[in-house]
Design a protein around this ligand. Sequence first.
Ligand code: SF4
Length: 94
Amino acid sequence: MEWKKIAEGVYNTIVVKQEVEKIAEERIAICRKCSFDSKVVGRKGYERCLKCKCNLNWKTHSLSASCPIDKWQAVEGISHDESNKIDEITGNDD
Ligand code: SF4
């Protein structure tokens, strides 16, 4: 997952918004039925996707992220304010 998508996920786990939480819950429910979820296969440590190696808490909270095998998709239309906040936090000036 690209650094900006990771930053977006981290940001969304800190600044909680109900609509993002709902999407993250729907996504993690799908992951927990997937054989690439580290918890499903009994791996220790933080919950991660064994296909893309991502932290699933961050990945499912990143609206622009998507499942590497298309079990769930990115949510288009992240707001300009949210995008600017992520850039502020990460120091990105693209
Ligand atoms: S992101 Fe996709 S491949 Fe990875 S655990 Fe979730 S559903 Fe499975």
